[in-house]
Design a protein around this ligand. Structure first.
Ligand SMILES: Cc1ncc(C[n+]2csc(CCOP(=O)(O)OP(=O)(O)O)c2C)c(N)n1
Ligand SMILES: [Mg+2]
Length: 559
């Protein structure tokens, strides 16, 4: 409770700083180490979501950072609370997402004794974060929190961890609030844009690749208009499909796992590649085979908000240190008159690749369900997922139309979809939210279904249940055919699981039954789980487990 002397506790100052910096949602699992912060939240108007595991809470905050571009915030307790939160910190790092994790710490006079649950956060999170710190002077809370927001959100965004010793949180202090942080837009220089115009005008087969963070709907629309004007083909990197309207006549598809071979060919044979916002990491670069390292084989322009990313892997012919938002605005002013790309042909390839679901073994065709969802979900619906082979059908067949319509980890962390869906439904109560999860993936954070029930969040979770850790089984059959170990799963009754938590549960064993089950899930008004009975043979949209095993055996038998 706030004192009458105009002094605030460090915890109260901290919560007031969150408000100053525009935070609306806080995710947490409580701990005795930061009771004073919880008490300060009691008096604030911030929406607090209490979760079942810090892994879920921190991923929810990360999802907020992804969808809004502003730091997501979570509070976890010391030691085990902090280590449970580490998957989300790693995701925020690899996905370039602004995230601030506040962690309880032992009292200042007990530090360095390995007190109860004590951890050296600088050592533990040092290589995973942009910044880790421990505050111990209440008067410096406004300064430290302000730096945390600036650091997490600016340049290449990423995670920040702030450790809060328990005893310091209740100390009273007279200190002023910091001003609100503002995102710093790094804009391209006129000489760089002039050079880019020359390169584009001279190119015969250019390609624009979009990735990374620091985007907005406006930036995506701006790039879309520029592309259309000059028929410039545009593709997206792994799990960044939402950065461009899939039905823009220049959209060429996404560079993920199992991309359209025609797209890969088109990029390899292009004479100019402009990479906007992304790092072109291992997955989109097709295991670093797409562009030569360090000097790409074609003229290569890299636009990135983090100066340290320019020249880190690829040595660009032209490096532009700019945020995608600022670059998109500058791009609209650019006039490379003679530019005429192959946008229409690239888009025709994309449409043909994604038009119809491929044939699959078993009663439920996940591709057909994605096609149904893309045709029947309202335009403002959000899709969330984690990692597993099931996601291949989302990437291939769902056509994302707007920014942040897809919330999923480029870092390939399982267990992300359920917490992300909870966060999206908390943030946007009026927008339909669908989570697609694998059976393995779902149970890594399935406990957060309880959080959805607790807050009355009617999201719909589709569990693609094939009874296996399918991705790993696929690799296993390729490398060690027939030697199946540790990839089979005996699953619970997922529909009954949903009902036991107080939600809606259903099961679909035939594709044709899906629309009715989906309608019933939505009509229930409750958080819902629909189990999809997927044949384990249906391992990717283009092949089966049996075929992978047979090929591997045949390759081994060959002299
Ligand atoms: C946290 C985490 N642990 C392990 C992995 C390795 N991994 C990647 S996909 C996968 C299996 C996913 O299984 P499931 O969710 O059932 O999807 P499926 O591949 O069967 O469609 C595993 C274990 C990972 N990516 N992330
Ligand atoms: Mg599975």
């Amino acid at each position: 409770m706030r004192g009458k002397d105009n002094m605030r506790t460090a915890a109260e100052v901290l919560v007031d700083q969150l408000r100053v910096h525009g935070v609306r949602h806080v995710f947490c699992v409580p701990g005795e180490s930061y009771l004073a912060v919880l008490d300060a939240l009691y008096d604030s108007d911030l929406a607090v979501t209490v979760c079942r595991q810090e892994g879920g809470a921190a991923m929810m905050a990360e999802a907020i950072g992804k969808a809004t571009g502003r730091p997501g915030v979570c509070f976890v307790t010391r030691g085990p609370g902090a280590t449970n939160a580490s998957p989300a910190i790693h995701i925020a790092r690899q996905d370039s997402t602004p995230l601030i994790v506040f962690v309880g710490q032992v009292a200042r006079d007990a530090r360095e004794r390995e007190a109860f649950q004590e951890l050296d956060y600088r050592a533990v999170f040092g290589s995973m974060t942009k910044w880790v710190t421990e505050v111990d002077d209440p008067a410096r809370v406004p300064e430290i929190v302000s730096r945390a927001f600036h650091t997490a959100a600016n340049g290449r965004p990423g995670p920040v961890v702030v450790s809060l010793p328990e005893d310091f949180l209740t100390e009273r202090v007279a200190v002023s609030d910091a001003p609100a942080y503002a995102p710093i837009e790094t804009t391209p220089g006129p000489a760089e844009m002039a050079r880019l115009a020359q390169l584009l005008a001279a190119a015969r087969s250019p390609m624009l690749i979009l990735g990374g963070s620091r985007w907005s709907q406006q930036a995506s629309d701006g790039v879309g208009r520029f592309a259309q004007k000059f028929a410039l083909p545009v593709c997206t990197t792994f799990r960044r499909l939402h950065l461009f309207d899939a039905l823009n006549p220049c959209y060429a598809g996404d560079l993920g796992i199992g991309p359209n071979p025609k797209l890969v060919e088109r990029i390899k044979s292009s004479d100019l590649v402009v990479l906007l916002g992304g790092r072109l990491g291992e997955l989109p670069s097709q295991s670093y085979t797409l562009l030569d390292i360090p000097r790409p084989q074609m003229t290569f322009v890299h636009v990135h908000p983090g100066a340290e990313e320019l020249g880190r892997v690829y040595s660009p012919h032209l490096a532009i240190h700019a945020t995608p938002t600022a670059f998109a605005a500058a791009l609209e002013q650019l006039d490379p008159r003679s530019l005429r790309g192959q946008g229409e042909a690239a888009h025709a390839d994309y449409l043909a690749w994604t038009d119809k679901a491929t044939e699959q073994p078993g009663g439920v065709n996940l591709g057909a369900i994605m096609v149904w969802l893309r045709e029947n979900l309202p335009a403002d619906a959000i899709l969330c997922n984690g990692a597993g082979n099931y996601a291949a059908w989302i990437h291939r067949f769902f056509r994302f139309r707007r920014f942040a319509q897809h919330v999923a980890p480029t870092s390939g962390s399982m267990g992300y979809g359920v917490p992300a869906a909870v966060a999206m439904k908390r943030l946007y109560p009026d927008r339909p939210v669908v989570c697609v999860a694998g059976d393995g993936d779902f149970l890594m954070n399935g406990q957060e279904f309880a959080t959805a029930v607790q807050y009355g969040l009617p999201l719909v979770i589709l569990i693609a249940d094939n009874g296996i850790y399918g991705t790993i089984r696929m690799h296993q059959e390729r490398e060690y055919p027939g030697r199946i170990i540790a990839t089979e799963l005996r699953n619970p009754d997922f529909a009954a699981y949903a009902r036991a938590f107080g939600g809606f549960g259903a099961e679909v064993t035939r594709t044709a039954a899906f629309p009715e089950a989906f309608a019933a899930a939505r009509a229930s008004g409750k958080p819902a789980i629909i189990r999809l009975a997927i044949d384990p043979e249906a391992i990717t949209p283009v092949t089966t487990l049996g075929k992978i095993r047979a090929k591997s055996l045949a390759d081994r038998a060959a002299p």
